[in-house]
Design a protein around this ligand. Structure first.
Ligand code: BGC
Length: 374
């Protein structure tokens, strides 16, 4: 019952996000309708295939990435076909095969896991189609370019925020609910968190109760795992590392059921996450300006579609280490920002989420207190 309610809430948030991001982004209305249908855009530009991984793991993919990539690709005169594999690896493979058969000029993939991304990139290479790893780096893969954020930094921001929220609470007990073990980003988030938290666990400032990676970023499974740990620990917890807003939401539901309210981290600055931050149910979220990620990807795709690798190299001036493939991948790595109650309005001012989506019901008076005008 509870998970059904949550799932519905997540769908609602996703829909609201889509509307918001489109409006905020002021994307020129495509005459051919949404690119999600697979219908060619009217520009007649060079064709680029984009495959997003999921909808349920985070409201970001449909809410931010899809509309922002669509607008950015159009601005570069590209004809983007943007699809979402909905967490299904067979669907992902089918979409990739079809885009490769259609001879897209560039393939942009945010893969469900590294192995799948690696397989898709290898197939694309045999058809001479350049691949950009979008947001998630495929370890051991062959994509020449990667666009994302400084994901270790994301984890550091989460760790720093939790440490500061628990300051003065000697021996505060922490539970960590992490992302998918098959997503390199989840590993980087964890590594960043541990840079801050491990010394504090070691010197007894904080006490680690349990840490668990959650397969496929399954938000509901994250909530259930957290509940088990909480029960095993006699109902005691002082702070929670939740790798993203979706996991945080499921954990906050469990905390509330147990009459608890403790600092919880998050990520993605989703409308539901921002509301939880304003309510004080979630201590922080991480805002990753996905519009910049989409724009860098579109610029890179435009250069690669023209076969201009020196222009592409001029855009992807950073590198990300692939420890499995033992290679440095040319990258664009953008900067994440911590959001707490004090600066929720930054996300709204930046045009990612509308005040009207966040400041509803019980959150309305909290918005006023946080300086968010509607
Ligand atoms: C992304 C996060 C997202 C998570 C679950 C990660 O790879 O970087 O923004 O919350 O996947 O979808």
């Amino acid at each position: 019952m509870r998970s059904k309610t949550l799932a519905l809430a997540a769908v609602g948030a996703g829909v609201a996000l889509v509307l918001s991001a489109c409006g905020a982004n002021e994307a020129p209305a495509p005459a051919g309708g949404g690119s999600t249908s697979g219908a060619p855009a009217p520009s007649g530009g060079m064709k680029v295939g984009v495959i997003l991984p999921e909808t349920a793991t985070s409201a970001r993919w449909e809410g931010f990435d899809k509309p922002m990539l669509k607008a950015a690709m159009q601005a570069q005169g590209l004809d983007a076909d943007i699809q979402n594999a909905q967490g299904d690896t067979a669907t992902f493979t089918r979409l990739a095969d079809s885009m490769i058969t259609q001879k897209v000029k560039v393939l942009v993939i945010a893969s469900i896991n590294s192995e799948l991304g690696k397989t898709v990139a290898a197939k694309a290479a045999t058809a001479n189609i350049p691949v950009i790893d979008y947001d998630r780096l495929n370890l051991g893969g062959s994509s020449k370019y990667y666009v994302s954020f400084d994901n270790t930094k994301v984890g550091e921001l989460q760790g720093e925020a939790l440490a500061s929220a628990l300051k003065g609470k000697q021996g505060a007990q922490v539970i960590e609910i992490e992302g998918a073990p098959t997503d390199n980003n989840a590993t980087l988030f964890y590594n960043g968190q541990q840079k801050v938290l491990k010394p504090l666990y070691e010197n007894g400032t904080l006490k680690l109760v349990k840490s668990q990676k959650i397969d496929n970023w399954d938000n509901q499974a994250g909530g259930r795992t957290f509940e088990q740990f909480l029960t095993q620990n006699g109902g005691k917890v002082d702070g929670v590392v939740a790798a993203n807003d979706g996991l945080a939401g499921a954990i906050i539901t469990v905390l509330a059921k147990n009459g608890l309210k403790v600092p919880v981290t998050g990520q993605d600055a989703t409308p539901a996450g921002l509301q939880a931050v304003l309510r004080g149910d979630q201590y922080m979220t991480v805002f990753k300006p996905i519009k910049e990620e989409a724009e860098a990807t579109a610029k890179l795709a435009a250069a690669l579609a023209k076969g201009d690798t020196s222009a592409a190299d001029g855009i992807a001036k950073q590198t990300e280490k692939d420890p499995v493939g033992n290679r440095d991948v040319k990258s664009v790595l953008l900067t994440p920002q911590t959001i707490t109650k004090a600066n929720v309005k930054d996300v709204i001012t930046a045009g990612y989420v509308k005040a009207s989506e966040v400041c509803t019901g019980d959150v309305q008076p909290l918005c006023a207190a946080a300086g968010i005008s509607q």
